[in-house]
Design a protein. Structure first.
Length: 494
């Protein structure tokens, strides 16, 4: 039954006529052909044919829940955002977790980064932090995004998903290696959203009430502990319970076991950026904790399941450009591009009025001069003035300009702004191999990579092994020896 009021005790057609028979179509006599005049049947079938909207071009498989963010530490020296204004302040939230490459019906347990998209319904507008479970990404220039994503999708001729395509791409794009190592490490197959960290990944800015800017990175540390599937478990679970992680979050919330993450930030003074030894706006790099330690901000808790999946999760529209006063962008070119890309995708997927869908609506008062467009259902401004400036007391700009100016300079051209030497490509992957992974984790990394490379031809394998060699000779040897004596049958090349 629809949620619309008043509640109707009997079934109707969509314009309210009572349905007298929902079991039998109209026919010419009991054995006769169908009658075209069966309006109820035609309406029912036609609505059904239109039930699917385009799925997200990436991150199509996902699940989500509502929750609360509570400030536990004062960061007003860095940020004037109202949601951080005092310790104890609570803000309503929504989160959606996803895999990246698979279709809407694909398995939750695939080896893939996980989307970690958060919506904060603040008193000053909606803030979206659209991150992943990794602090870095495969590329650092948006011009490569669609090419990269195609390597994760289906082959144009066979509609299969051979892995050699991704290795072919990564072999030519060494800046991807850091994220590739994360992906094929133990954390590439998290059990469910509850057991993984989240990251804003990009560098953002925060500014305080005096207009002083700092660069920041956001971290969400799971309070449930990290738990992953092994490669074999993830593959088995994809057959046995492909929606494993969806159910895990739903059932935990349903039984009152509310998952929590500790939100932390790393803070870099604006002036450090010019000569910090890692490029601070390069999305393939982290800021080492010793240089910029984590500062606690608050607790992010999920505590309410959606009442309807399509309404709240499928129609959720996140966009990195949804910011609030106190939080801003950075010169990271990936972030700058995402600001355009997401609302464009939403207009295509759900139409221009997607902001009216309850999960996307601000919870604070709002007033734009937008009017009309498909599916306008909020009164469309009624008879109120629809242009500005006006003399009819329509809503006006606040005149408050809080964000400090973002310095930009230079001549418009296509630049490679990154150093692109061995330290740049392999410096942090080396730290990851040497400092973060223990012996067992290194072995499992080599096994997962070599299993995935079994369908790759020699030239593609060699390009990757050359990269692994620059991280550590044991890494190259670990993968090579497994490829030379595979435990599994190679998958036929599509
Ligand atoms: P630290 O020793 O201070 O931190 C290591 C980090 O690695 C922790 O955040 C840990 O997360 C995370 N980690 C552990 N295992 C994995 C894994 N399999 N996949 C992904 N992350 C993992 O190191 P530094 O800050 O000095 O950085 C050293 C290297 O650690 C970096 O080059 C980078 O590769 C990696 N790293 C760094 C992060 C950062 O923001 N500085 C974040 C994640 C990884 P946890 O604490 O939750 O266990
Ligand atoms: C979803 C584009 C990089 C995280 C999407 C969508 C698009 C997109 C078009 C689908 C949106 C929709 O239909 O609702 C891009 C582009 C990128 C980029 C062009 C680079 C230039 C990233 C990065 C991250 C990320 C770096 C993480 C740090 C996500 C998440 C979703 C998503 C979590 C799913 C949001 C949801 O749950 O609805 N991306 N993306 N993306 N992207 Fe990206």
């Amino acid at each position: 039954m629809s949620d619309s009021k008043p509640q109707c005790p009997y079934q109707t057609q969509q314009f309210g006529r009572p349905v007298d028979d929902n079991q039998h179509s109209q026919t010419a006599g009991p054995r006769g052909a169908m009658l075209m005049q069966d309006v109820h049947l035609v309406e029912k079938m036609a609505h059904f044919n239109r039930e699917r909207i385009p799925e997200r071009v990436v991150h199509a498989k996902g699940y989500g829940a509502f929750g609360t963010f509570t400030v536990t530490n004062d960061i007003t020296e860095y940020c004037m955002a109202d949601l951080f204004s005092k310790v104890g302040k609570k803000t309503e939230t929504f989160a959606r977790f996803s895999t990246v490459g698979g279709e809407s019906g694909s398995a939750d347990t695939a080896r893939d980064p996980r989307g970690f998209a958060l919506k904060f319904y603040t008193d000053q507008g909606v803030w979206d932090l659209v991150g992943n479970n990794t602090p870095i990404f495969f590329i650092r220039d948006p011009l490569k995004f669609s090419d990269f994503i195609r390597t994760q999708k289906r082959h144009p001729q066979t509609h299969l998903q051979p892995h050699w395509r991704r290795w072919d791409f990564w072999g030519q794009v060494p800046e991807a290696l850091h994220q590739v190592m994360f992906l094929y490490s133990d954390r590439g197959t998290p059990k469910s959203a509850r057991f993984m960290n989240g990251y804003g990944s990009h560098t953002f800015s925060m500014y305080n009430a005096d207009g002083v800017r700092h660069w920041v990175k956001f971290h969400f540390k799971t309070q449930q502990g990290i738990e992953n599937f092994s490669d074999d478990e993830a593959i088995a679970m994809a057959g046995k319970a492909p929606d494993y992680s969806t159910r895990d979050l739903h059932d935990a919330i349903e039984t009152g076991d509310f998952p929590q993450w500790k939100m932390c930030i790393q803070v870099m003074p604006e002036s450090d950026a010019a000569d910090y030894h890692w490029h601070p706006f390069d999305l393939t790099k982290v800021w080492p904790h010793d240089d910029y330690p984590l500062i606690e901000v608050g607790t992010f808790e999920l505590n309410r399941n959606p009442s309807n999946y399509f309404q709240d999760v499928e129609q959720a529209a996140f966009e990195p450009g949804n910011l609030v006063d106190g939080i801003g962008l950075s010169p990271d070119r990936m972030l700058q591009n995402r600001v355009l890309s997401y609302p464009d995708a939403h207009r295509y997927r759900m139409g221009v009025n997607y902001h009216q869908i309850p999960v996307n609506q601000p919870r604070c008062p709002y007033a734009t001069y937008h009017r009309d467009g498909t599916m306008r259902v909020d009164g469309n401004g009624g008879g109120t003035v629809d242009y500005e400036p006006n003399t009819m007391d329509g809503p006006k700009e606040t005149g408050r300009r809080n964000e400090p100016p973002m310095p930009v300079h230079g001549d418009g051209d296509r630049y490679d702004e990154f150093p692109c030497d061995d330290k740049d490509y392999f410096g942090q992957p080396k730290l990851f191999w040497e400092k973060v992974l223990d012996e067992g984790a290194r072995e499992r990394l080599c096994t997962a990579i070599s299993n995935s490379m079994l369908d790759s031809p020699e030239r593609i394998r060699n390009a990757m092994i050359n990269q692994f060699e620059k991280v550590h000779p044991d890494f190259a040897e670990g993968v090579k020896s497994r490829l030379d004596a595979p435990a599994e049958e190679p998958i036929p090349i599509a």
